[in-house]
Ligand binder design. Structure first.
Ligand SMILES: *Cc1c(COP(=O)(O)O)cnc(C)c1O
Length: 351
């Protein structure tokens, strides 16, 4: 049975154009700097310059993963033991974890509710006034808020509060371009609300490997050193940078298609399965709360696998569907019908 894989946009495979670009990439040793302080890999230099320009930042740096990008950025802003404001449902806190674990990087989280992906501003202000906060973290799109796109108006308020206390802001923008697409603005407008930003090339943008961090020149110089210490510096990295260039040039503009597919999926779930439109549904993710079915996410996942749809477990009674390049609109429609059918059967059983 051909499976429809809606687990994540991380499953996307590189395009033929990426494969070609990777094969033909001009490369050098990215860990060795020329007298101007540039790495010796010309393709990587091109990717980093493109990313910096796109985000309106001085400089950008390639990192092997989004997780390492956040670690490098946070450990450049902070030292072990520093207190960092972070949303209580933030990916960096709940999934990546190592930044806030004593035996790893030892930052101390000051958690604030972030319903709909937005930090509670009153609690943020209180934290900034009462604690020696070193950094504020935001996330966009917000993964655990169902792919919510956080608008610049909110982020500007976060920035104003933080900067009033001389505290910088970092954005986990793993899906920054999904946020910009959903909000119909340039990514640089979102990047302008923060001091540093990370985005993934490897998710909806479909590159095989890699993320970028971007910020001011002096910050990025220190980030470059941190990346080296963490083992994130690579050699003929142009092989992967070539795919990243393709991702930035040709994959950003197609993210709207993924959002359109998610809208189709949501509409069919609502119409045929009676599932109410999920909260904060803005981009390529749909959260489904299974509590009304009296079914665990694990059982649901197994049942869907039997019927040909792969889903991701988000919480014990919550699953997540993610649209991406490698599922068609027809497949999304089919998946919605499979899920709706099961939903109706289950409700009938329970009645
Ligand atoms: C995927 C993701 C990351 C981490 O990226 P990896 O490349 O998987 O390490 C960080 N933050 C958010 C919000 C993500 O969705």
């Amino acid at each position: 049975m051909a499976m429809i894989d809606l687990r994540s946009d991380t499953v996307t495979k590189p395009t033929p154009a990426m494969r070609r670009a990777m094969m033909e990439a001009e490369v050098g040793d990215d860990g060795r700097l020329d007298p101007q302080g540039m790495g010796e890999d010309p393709t990587m230099n091109r990717l980093e310059a493109m990313a910096a320009a796109l985000l309106g930042k001085d400089r950008a740096l390639f990192v092997p993963s989004g997780t390492m990008g956040n670690v490098v950025a946070l450990m450049t802003h902070c030292r072990r033991g520093d207190e960092v404001v972070v949303g209580d449902k933030a990916h960096v806190l709940n999934i990546e974890k190592a930044i806030f674990e004593e035996e790893f990087f030892g930052l101390i989280p000051v958690t604030i509710p972030d319903p709909a992906g937005k930090l509670d501003l009153a609690l943020l202000e209180k934290a900034l006034k009462t604690k020696p906060i070193r950094l504020v973290c935001v996330e966009n799109t917000h993964n655990f808020a169902g792919g919510a796109a956080v608008p610049p108006e909110h982020l500007q308020k976060v920035q104003a509060l933080a900067h009033a206390h001389q505290v910088p802001v970092h954005m986990d923008g793993a899906r920054l371009f999904n946020a910009a697409t959903a909000l119909k603005i340039e990514a640089r407008v979102l990047a302008a609300t923060v001091d540093s930003v990370m985005f993934c090339l490897s998710k909806g943008l479909s590159a095989p490997i890699g993320s970028m961090i971007a910020g001011t020149g002096p910050f990025m110089q220190r980030a470059w050193e941190r990346r080296k210490l963490l083992g994130g510096q690579m050699r003929q990295a142009g092989v992967v940078a070539a795919a990243g260039i393709e991702a930035i040039q040709n994959m950003v503009s197609r993210l709207e298609e993924d959002h359109q597919k998610a809208r189709v999926l949501a509409r069919v779930l609502a119409e045929t399965g009676g599932l109410k439109a999920p909260e904060n549904f803005h981009s390529n993710m749909i959260k489904l709360d299974l509590t009304s079915l009296n079914f665990s996410a694990k059982e649901f996942q197994a049942e869907m696998a039997r019927r040909g749809v792969k889903v991701h477990i988000h919480a014990p009674t919550e699953i997540r569907l993610v649209t991406h390049k490698d599922v068609s609109e027809a497949e999304c429609l089919q998946a919605a019908q499979i899920i709706s059918q099961f939903w109706k059967e289950r409700r009938r059983e329970m009645a």
